[in-house]
Design a protein around this ligand. Structure first.
Ligand code: FAD
Length: 481
């Protein structure tokens, strides 16, 4: 069932047991599992069926620290959420991403990859993915890895008909949750505004916040402030440890195409490090994307390198025209170190049309981030040279310790952390079931629960975690009762 606003929903006799806030990939996935298993569920979605300037305005905010995208451009506030403009690149986090690493402060999830693996078959169906493939080692340090460029499922479109005809899902559009009301042990109501009508409360047994990797923190910070700690009673990590995947073109490569790897349909190939190599180098996880340039571009690179790196160029010159078939730029996206100071905060001066403080995002890359980029590319270059697959030349700005280049890719539009998962309420907001510490009936969906981010694009893992959460919720006594 789809309702255009809360008044229409209230006029129906539908009695949900679970309220999900947000109809993006996480919220829709959780709702579909619950409905499949017999639980009536309501999804409250702030936007309508199309993007509007008015709705996007709620997403405006400011960033303090490193340059970042405008926050109202970096996400979409309508049915389907950011899946309306995601690129569809898919990969599950690596098993090692979940583990505690002594050289990475505050690393380690309370769950392992084995906890989400049972759901990966369903993830494939939901995201229209081919089979996941194992990494193919080039040597002990670097593998050629699978990065699926999927058809980029738009959740609002793909699942609209299923939701519209479901008698167990009520999707209520144009309905903002402005605040959750709680008493420090449970949420007692979701306060909503819909279509300009006066605020009203919705009461159910269970609540799930799935409003995206920035908004989850904002909603909970504001709710907690209003209720005097009644929604997140252990708030030490709330809003904190926010992470992106910084991303820059930081090297050129000349590579011989051999059986070790092949380019995809867009003439790109992807590479990642082994856990042992990361441990030896003491760096975060990273992914290297080889963006191939046409043969003329390869010759240009060789000519350029003759001036800047003679020995590299000598090797390249003797190879060009023989079996050198591939060259290009190397873009590196990496796992940002989890740092408590990187955080979503509530603005002290700016509010949205509902009177809720806008986001003030504090975000900076640190020393471990820079070292990951530099040493990661060195690892990659050494592996290519050792296997005689090619040579890598790092960018001058990186070698010389200069600032990150302006106008580059910057980051992946991946919003992670803020309500991270940890058994320790000082270090995280949710437990291993995505339940807010100390709260009986409040769970969180989406990448805000990521304790660390790996280098993989997040949505594949978001959907796997959402499935896991959906099955978990369906078994709770007050949901099945
Ligand atoms: C340009 C771009 C490209 C991307 N490319 C990729 C990619 O290639 N691969 C990848 O893995 N990821 C990619 N992403 C990230 C991906 O889109 C997100 O990881 C994913 O959409 C997150 O899903 P979600 O359901 O957690 O949140 P969202 O998609 O943000 O959905 C949240 C929903 O909650 C609603 N909402 C917000 N606040 C409220 C409120 N107060 N009350 C009610 N409803 C509310 C919103 O309207 C929205 O519908 C990309 C993102 C962008 C912006």
């Amino acid at each position: 069932m789809i309702f255009a606003n809360a008044a229409e929903f209230e006029a129906s006799s539908f009695q949900p047991k679970v309220c999900i806030v947000g109809a993006g990939p996480a919220g829709i996935t959780i709702a579909r599992v619950l409905a499949k298993l017999g639980t009536p569920v309501v999804i409250l979605e702030a936007g309508g069926e199309e993007v509007t300037e008015e709705s996007q305005d709620f997403y405006r905010g400011t960033t303090v620290g490193d340059p970042y995208f405008d926050l109202d451009v970096a996400r979409l506030r309508f049915l389907g959420g950011c899946s309306n403009h995601w690129a569809g690149w898919c990969r599950v986090l690596d098993a090692s991403d979940f583990e505690a690493r002594p050289w990475v402060p505050d690393s380690g999830w309370p769950i392992g990859r084995h906890d989400i693996e049972p759901f990966l078959g369903e993830v494939q169906d939901i995201l229209d993915l081919p089979a996941f493939e194992a990494d193919r080692p080039i040597d002990a340090d670097i593998s050629w890895i699978q990065l699926i460029k999927s058809p980029a499922v738009r959740f609002g479109q793909k699942y609209r008909e299923e939701i519209a005809t479901s008698d167990r899902i009520a999707l209520v559009l144009n309905t903002h949750v402005t605040e959750l009301v709680g008493d420090g042990t449970q949420v007692t109501a979701a306060r909503i505004r819909s279509n300009g009508a006066p605020a009203r409360d919705l009461r159910v047994a269970q609540y799930v916040v799935a409003t995206g990797g920035l908004e989850n923190s904002r909603l909970l910070l504001w709710s907690n402030e209003r209720s005097g700690g009644g929604v997140v009673p252990k708030p030490a990590a709330l809003g904190r440890y926010w992470m992106e995947h910084p991303q820059f073109i930081a090297a050129d490569a000349l590579l011989l195409r051999e059986n070790a790897f092949e380019m995809d349909a867009q003439n790109e190939a992807f590479f990642g490090p082994s856990p042992a190599a990361l441990q030896r180098a003491g760096i975060m996880n990273f992914g290297v994307r080889l963006i191939s340039t046409p043969y003329a571009g390869v010759k240009e690179t060789v000519a350029h390198l003759a001036c800047t790196a003679p020995s590299f160029s000598e090797w390249a010159s003797s190879t060009v025209g023989l079996n050198l078939t591939c060259g290009g730029h190397l873009s590196v996206g990496w796992e940002q170190a989890p740092v408590a100071e990187n955080r979503v905060a509530l603005s002290g001066s700016e509010r949205d049309a509902d009177g809720i403080p806008r986001i003030e995002l504090h975000w900076k890359k640190g020393e471990l981030d820079r070292r990951t980029l530099l040493e990661g590319l060195r690892l990659f270059g050494q592996s290519m040279a050792r296997a005689d697959l090619g040579r890598v030349r790092l960018a001058e700005w990186l070698l010389e310790g200069e600032e990150y280049p302006e106008g580059g890719e910057l980051a992946g539009y991946h919003h992670m952390g803020g309500t991270r998962m940890s058994n320790d309420p000082q270090k995280g907001v949710v437990d291993s079931d995505c339940r807010v510490h100390g709260m009986r009936n409040l769970h969180i969906g989406g990448s805000s629960v990521f304790a660390t981010s790996g280098h993989a694009n997040p949505t594949t893992t978001i959907v796997a975690l959402a499935l896991r959460l959906g099955y978990h919720l369906s078994g709770l006594p007050h949901v099945t009762a």
